[in-house]
Design a protein around this ligand. Structure first.
Ligand code: B12
Length: 383
């Protein structure tokens, strides 16, 4: 990759400004201008669009931008990726060897397509013959593609650890069909720790690094998978079977404690319930890879998300208490939930303040200005 000129701060500021105004024409012209002036397409993807898009998302998490603003900016980023990829197509000059065939998929339930798309385009620029299957790819569909097209490599993208069980199914598909599996995305945890747990053949956080690893050594055809022995206790399956009941309980308990969240005139309810409604899947995923960090990672997101929308973060502790009560008798899960509560305490969100208790009857208007309840004027929106 080159250092010019995609990473210059003024170029980045101009690109951010185009995203902020959903100015597709301006953003595209800027990126194509960089390409014409000699910047590498890979730099534009990885050093301009990717960090700009991460900043877009961060503004949404912080409730500085509405969902609509985030969607519009993300759409522009996607269009710019298309334009750069199309303009740079064919810039790689193959030798005599045919290009390796790669299929790219976002795991089931995964809607973060842009990181996968950028990674796929980087591999394409590096000379791979890439098929991109997009968001939310289910195991039977990946398997059917593998059987019909016989790719040399399966690439999986996962940005949310709650989808790790789904990622494991897709890794197994590749393995069964004899195709090695490369995975990437923040859903695989720090340093890709959960990629190893679920038996992926390779992990890379950066697609350029992935291409270099593949050039150095092509992964061997996969061997038989190590079983996830901890799943023998069937806790994971019990959580999954109880999912609907857990969701119902969470809802009832949260509304008992914070009745104003059920106010149909309030936009709080949808955002909070959607966020909390992911907790059973997150707890199940933590159990699946046997690592409480899946839960603490999500609590960290949830705390930012709720706080930015003026919703008391103590609701997270209340939700964990409900899950602990309903999932009694599952020792590994209890340990993960305890770790979650300890994490909340460690970051100062563990116990309810008297004000939170007052929130049982209070409404959002009475709540602004507390540490746990900053920002009057929540949007209630979620992605
Ligand atoms: C934009 C965004 C969204 C958009 C996605 C739009 C789209 N079309 O992609 C929308 C609004 C849909 C969204 C929804 C949600 N999101 Co979101 N989102 C983000 C955000 C802010 C940016 C993602 C992004 O585009 N980053 C830019 C990319 C280019 O950066 P990157 O990750 O470095 O990309 C590289 C690597 O990932 C790698 N890579 C990726 N895949 C692969 C594959 C291979 C094989 C290889 C080699 C490499 C590789 O290569 C990429 C290019 O270099 C992230 C935070 C973040 N900073 O990433 C949260 C984030 C991923 N989201 C998060 C969450 C929780 C959600 C929601 C659950 C929130 C909600 N309440 O609705 C939903 C879930 C939707 C779903 N089911 O998937 C959390 C996940 C945390 C967690 N532990 O679960 C994050 C981390 C935010 C946070 N602060 O905590 N989100």
């Amino acid at each position: 990759m080159t250092d010019v000129p995609a990473v210059l701060p003024e170029v980045r500021a101009a690109f951010d400004n185009h995203l902020a105004h959903a100015d597709e024409a301006g953003a595209t012209a800027l990126a194509l201008g960089l390409l014409r002036s000699g910047a590498a397409a890979e730099d534009i993807l990885l050093r301009l669009i990717a960090p700009a898009q991460a900043a877009v998302g961060a503004r949404w998490v912080a409730a500085e931008w509405s969902v609509a603003q985030e969607h519009a900016a993300t759409h522009v980023s996607e269009r710019v990726v298309n334009a750069v990829a199309a303009a740079a197509a064919g810039s790689w000059h193959p030798g005599s060897a045919p290009a390796r065939r790669v299929v790219f998929a976002c795991v089931e339930g995964e809607r973060h397509t842009l990181p996968a798309r950028i990674a796929a385009e980087v591999l394409r620029l590096r000379g791979f013959d890439v098929t991109f299957l997009g968001a939310n790819v289910l195991a039977p569909h990946l398997l059917s593609h593998i059987h019909r097209q016989g790719p040399d490599l399966v690439c999986l993208s996962c940005m949310i650890p709650a989808r790790l069980p789904a990622a494991h199914h897709l890794v197994e598909c590749g393995r069964r069909a004899g195709a090695p599996v490369l995975v990437g995305g923040s859903g695989f945890g720090p340093g890709g720790v959960w990629a190893r747990t679920i038996g992926a053949d390779l992990y890379a956080s950066d697609p350029a690094v992935a291409a270099e690893m593949l050039a150095l050594r092509w992964p061997r055809p996969p061997e038989a998978a190590e079983p996830l022995e901890h799943l023998a206790d069937e806790e994971y399956f019990r959580i999954v079977r109880q999912r609907t009941e857990l969701l119902g309980r969470l809802r009832v308990h949260v509304l008992e404690r914070y009745p104003w969240l059920g106010d149909p005139g309030s936009q709080y309810a949808e955002a909070v319930m959607e966020d909390l409604g992911r907790l059973p899947d997150v707890v199940a995923a933590a159990n699946y890879v046997d690592d409480p960090r899946v839960l603490t990672d999500y609590l960290s997101f949830g705390a930012q998300f709720l706080r930015a929308r003026g919703v008391p973060t103590a609701v997270l502790g209340a939700a964990l208490a409900t899950l602990s009560e309903r999932l009694r008798g599952l020792p590994r899960t209890a340990a993960h939930l305890d770790a979650g509560r300890r994490w909340l305490t460690a970051v100062g969100l563990g116990t309810c303040t008297p004000d939170d208790e007052a929130g049982t009857t209070g409404g959002p208007g009475e709540r602004a200005g507390r540490d746990d309840d900053r920002g009057a004027g929540p949007t209630g929106e979620s992605g």
